[in-house]
Design a protein around this ligand. Structure first.
Ligand code: CAO
Length: 454
């Protein structure tokens, strides 16, 4: 009788909770011994967790964004029959019952199989023993070097050590470079392109801008005016600051303000909250559903500019980014497939990702793939604000605190609970009239939730 066996993360040194950034196989795939199953990423290397033996993948135990440590099970594999594949049997290294025995160590990888020779030459770990060297002996392989920084939350650029070295030599911050290879990996060419663009931008910003050149940043010795203290910015603040500054400068923002009458929605929310005491149901989950309906109706809001502004990519999925305030700064985890989730499921997921964000447990995968973002300051207060678009998205919804207001119903003023909405949009893609329609539509959905069923 065949049994499924576990494929575990082998010896990766003393580091724990390394993010899975890519699944290399699917359930049903036939794999060879040592074939990569999933990719892990540290600051210094990406590496594949190899199949300890040949067989058929029967179950994947991890998904992109999960974190793993040595010994974590990544997949269940049905070993190839010994009669069919003697080599496979020879490569069976780790029986399910003995997880303490090490599997072949992961190969520090520079990305995809198409890695350039330069990259391939700088693997962070020695080559694994060739498949066919016999059963993996229970010798401990030297740990692959990991950088603790890599397990910190925030955007960790996905690039090989060689590319990192190259970028460092040129003074390039990889967090600013867009990766063009599979899974967003940054290649040497991406770094070169970045430098070229930066040089061109610098050249075009040289004095000839008709008085638009920026003055140098003021340098002030604050200590001359009173006691001061210098506090370094958190890693998240530095990363998000660079992104926010780019987005603010490069996207022509306009913000459209509106209000939604959520009097009835609030009654329903309170009733629902009373029935589901295990999860916090806030107005935000209703906003997510209303945003999905609005994105369906106005697809240009579920889009990104590409080819330097030549065309628009329209997305047929509904992944919504939620701005979360953490002690280290702002992060935007993405809740996937919001069109397929109900209010309770969304509330649970929102609680789970915001808790993980605050515990610094989000990986880069948790924050990628968003279509549209919501920034809610409703739990804190305020009447309106102008959120900055989270590029390459084209719009973001800011939500402020609902308050009771006197609203004229045609005969008298009646108290209604009004929710302020602030929609910032990229005016290159979206016209003001469409933005007004979008926010009106949102407000109508929230005013009468039955419309969400249409
Ligand atoms: N109006 C009135 N009350 C609101 C509200 C609104 N718009 N939004 C939330 N509330 C209430 C909630 O119902 C909750 O009340 P109870 O405690 O009585 O249940 C309370 O305010 C606190 O809500 P919350 O903030 O904990 O939960 P949320 O789902 O609204 O938001 C999260 C979750 C993670 C988005 C939020 O905690 C957060 O981090 N917000 C900050 C985002 C941010 O920094 N944005 C600025 C980015 S700059 O562009």
């Amino acid at each position: 009788m065949t049994t499924w066996k576990e494929a575990r993360v082998p010896d990766i040194g003393d580091f724990r909770d390394i993010p899975v950034i890519e699944l290399l196989v699917a359930v049903g795939d036939t794999v060879k011994a040592d074939q990569g199953l999933v990719t892990l990423e540290s600051d210094k290397a990406t590496m594949e967790v190899p199949a300890p033996f040949a067989g058929v993948v029967r179950e994947l135990k991890v998904k992109v964004g999960d974190t793993v440590s040595e010994g974590s099970v990544v997949a269940l594999i049905e070993p190839a029959a010994a009669a069919e594949d003697g080599k496979a049997a020879a490569n069976e290294a780790v029986p399910a019952a003995s997880p303490a025995e090490p599997a072949p160590r992961p190969e520090a990888r520079t990305g995809t199989a198409s890695a350039t020779p330069a990259e391939g030459a700088t693997k962070a770990a020695p080559q694994p023993a060739a498949a066919g060297d016999g059963p993996a002996a229970p010798t401990r392989s030297p740990p692959v070097e990991f950088d603790a920084e890599a397990v910190a939350p925030g955007k960790v650029p996905y690039a090989s050590p060689a590319v990192r070295l190259f970028a460092r030599a040129l003074g390039v911050d990889l967090a600013r470079v867009e990766g063009s290879a599979r899974g967003g990996r940054i290649t040497r060419e991406d770094v070169q392109r970045y430098v070229k663009q930066a040089l061109q931008a610098a050249a075009s910003a040289s004095p000839s801008g008709g008085g638009l050149e920026l003055l140098p940043w003021p340098r002030v010795d604050f200590a001359k005016f009173g006691p001061v203290e210098s506090v370094p910015l958190s890693r998240i603040k530095k990363l998000s600051g660079a992104n926010l500054a780019r987005n603010w400068v490069r996207i022509p923002h306009v913000t459209q303000f509106d209000e939604a009458d959520i009097t009835e929605m609030e009654d329903f929310r309170k009733r629902l909250a009373g029935e589901h005491k295990d999860v916090k149901i806030t107005p935000l989950v209703f906003l997510i559903k209303a945003v999905v309906a609005a994105l369906r109706k106005y697809p240009q809001f579920n889009a990104s500019l590409e080819d330097g502004g030549e065309s628009l990519v329209l997305k047929r999925y509904f992944h919504i980014g939620i701005a979360v305030d953490t002690p280290d700064g702002l992060v935007v985890p993405v809740i996937r497939d919001c069109d397929r989730k109900g209010l309770i499921e969304l509330a649970k997921e929102l609680a789970e990702v915001s808790a993980r964000a605050r515990e610094r447990k989000l990986g880069p995968a948790d924050m990628s793939g968003g279509c549209f973002s919501i920034s809610s300051l409703g739990g804190i207060g305020g009447t309106a604000f102008t959120p900055i678009i989270n590029a390459p998205e084209v719009a973001i919804l800011g939500v402020s605190r609902a308050s009771l207001k006197p609203v004229w119903d045609g005969g008298s003023f009646v108290p209604r609970l009004m929710l302020p909405l602030s929609l910032s949009y990229d005016h290159r893609v979206i016209d003001g009239a469409d933005a007004a329609r979008f926010t009106r539509f949102l407000a109508e959905q929230l005013a009468d939730l039955r419309r969400l069923l249409l």
